[in-house]
Ligand binder design. Structure first.
Ligand code: PEP
Ligand code: MN
Length: 313
């Protein structure tokens, strides 16, 4: 697998790479105002915004589409920051290249679909652009590796990884279960690639980001992709998890204080096992709570049936 050196993603060793911006570009004004405020934090390296939104259910806001790309172009001109967008089809790749975007990423739902990844890889053939690959929605390392291989086989040399958590019926407090050991395993298979953490999609709640970021720093992640919005409460998508640029600055001040020196130096099999045991213990706790809830419900129902609860039945 090729190195990402000389790419825009290759920051000075020891400093986390920060990508931030709205879940979705909504209006030109929102994109420009958010971008200016993010630049002013002094932390952001790359701006992000979703232009086409792959929503789980139809009827939600599905992105402004191509007309949002000139807004990002303008944000780039005004702030001097490079811009990143998600692509899922050949047509989107064409538009993104036409409007001079600097980085693309493959979303979790797309990584899970080899036909789509291959389509994007074919459309990017011969283009020298960094590509970040989010983990697939399901906890399947091979699928994640497969996406990386398809892009690498298409000649893309600047690849990076994003850990955004996994769908699970035992996600507990998280929107997507982190399953840290899978990110660590993926990183150890691709030691030359940067691994970013996406606490926004793992947590699903803005007040859950700090704890996830601390853990990611402990595990020597190379940076973060964090959703931010000038007015998060009124965001058109993912309103619960976006932070203001001011909140982002506070989060990153804390990261700085935590000091980010040790990079991924490779993990031992004990490290994987410890993370796996932590994950399984979390899942056991959640399953046990669910079981106790079901037992209580059953007990209430059988008491009603036996006439032990007066006034019911
Ligand atoms: C996003 O980054 O806006 C996004 C849609 O994330 P994911 O693919 O991780 O769900
Ligand atoms: Mn989002």
């Amino acid at each position: 697998m090729k190195s990402i050196s000389k790419s825009i993603l290759n920051k000075e060793a020891g400093l986390p790479l920060i990508i931030s911006g709205p879940c979705s570009a909504e209006t030109e004004k929102q994109v420009i105002a958010t971008s200016h405020a993010l630049k002013a934090t002094g932390y952001v390296d790359i701006l992000r915004a979703g232009i086409w939104k792959p929503r789980t259910r139809p009827g939600s806001f599905e992105g402004v589409g191509t007309k949002g790309l000139p807004w990002l172009q303008k944000a780039k001109e005004l702030t001097g920051l490079p811009v990143a967008v998600e692509v899922a089809t050949a047509r989107q790749v064409e538009d993104v290249l036409h409007f001079g975007m600097d980085v693309v990423w493959i979303g979790a739902r797309t990584t899970a679909n080899p036909f789509s990844v291959q389509e994007v890889a074919n459309a990017l053939k011969g283009v020298d652009i960094p590509v970040l690959v989010k983990n697939p929605t399901n906890p399947d390392i091979d699928l994640w590796m497969g996406a990386v291989e398809r892009l690498s086989n298409a000649g893309l040399q600047h690849l990076g990884l994003i850990h955004r958590g996994f769908s699970s019926c035992n996600a507990g407090e998280y929107r997507n279960a982190p399953m840290w050991q899978l990110a660590m395993e993926m990183k150890s298979k691709n030691p030359e690639m940067i691994m970013l953490n996406d606490p926004s999609h793992i947590s699903g709640k803005r007040n859950g980001l700090a704890q996830i970021m601390r853990k990611a720093i402990d595990l020597s992640f190379d940076g973060f992709i964090i959703e931010s919005h000038i007015d998060p409460e009124n965001a058109w998508s993912d309103a619960d998890q976006q932070v203001t640029p001011k909140m982002l600055k506070d989060l990153l001040d804390a990261v700085k204080a935590q000091t980010i020196v040790c990079r991924f130096g490779g993990y031992s099999s004990e490290d994987f096992l410890i993370q796996q045991i932590n994950q399984l213990e979390d899942e056991l706790r959640i399953i046990n709570n669910k079981r106790n809830g079901a037992v209580t419900q059953l007990k209430v129902k059988s008491d009603i049936h036996d006439g032990k609860v007066p006034g019911r039945r």
